[in-house]
Design a protein around this ligand. Structure first.
Ligand SMILES: Cc1cc2nc3c(=O)[nH]c(=O)nc-3n(C[C@H](O)[C@H](O)[C@H](O)COP(=O)(O)OP(=O)(O)OC[C@H]3O[C@@H](n4cnc5c(N)ncnc54)[C@H](O)[C@@H]3O)c2cc1C
Length: 145
């Protein structure tokens, strides 16, 4: 029995599950992928606002320990000219980081599981179970990607 079922357990879903689990809710995360997984197209440059959240959630040290370097400055080269600089600081954090999804998503999933969320990997959700107007569960299949 769960209070919340989060479908999709990457940076959006796992972060949501993490916060809900830490708030004391019984949370299930479901994803058709298995973690760590790189099966998502993304550069994944995380700006200071995102890094500040990771720091607040106690996860920035683990990101740094993964070997992902800080990016104190970046250049946007649009052809005729280039913009060079750094993003405005958030909570005193000015660096960006560009972790691989195998690192970032796994970090968030592991933190959510450590906060007592359950993770069902390799499960594809294809419908909702309802009782009248109330959603009471999900319908899915194992082993689908
Ligand atoms: C080329 C590219 C570059 C990008 N660069 C950046 C960047 O530099 N910085 C940045 O912040 N953002 C970037 N983005 C955007 C960023 O990747 C997305 O905003 C981010 O991945 C969204 O995260 P999410 O967890 O919400 O969803 P996703 O990462 O899309 O994850 C959704 C998860 O849900 C699962 N799922 C979906 N449906 C089901 C189902 N029915 N049953 C079970 N599981 C399901 C999928 O398997 C997947 O694991 C980029 C995106 C692209 C495409």
């Amino acid at each position: 029995m769960f209070d919340v079922i989060v479908v999709g357990a990457r940076c959006g879903g796992a972060a949501t599950a993490l916060l809900l689990a830490r708030a004391g809710h019984r949370v299930l995360m479901v994803d058709r992928a298995s973690f760590p997984s790189d099966m998502r197209m993304s550069t994944h440059m995380i700006w200071p606002a995102g890094i500040a959240r990771l720091a607040r959630w106690g996860l920035l040290d683990a990101l740094v320990a993964s070997g992902c370097p800080a990016l104190p400055e970046s250049t946007f080269d649009v052809g005729p000219f280039a913009l060079r600089g750094c993003a405005p600081a958030v909570d005193g954090i000015r660096d960006c980081y560009v972790p691989r999804r195998t690192v970032l998503d796994a970090l968030l999933v592991d933190a959510a599981v450590a906060a007592s969320a359950q993770l069902w990997e390799g499960v594809s959700v294809d419908g909702l179970l309802t009782d009248g107007d109330t959603v009471i569960g999900i319908r899915g299949r194992r082993g689908c990607r």
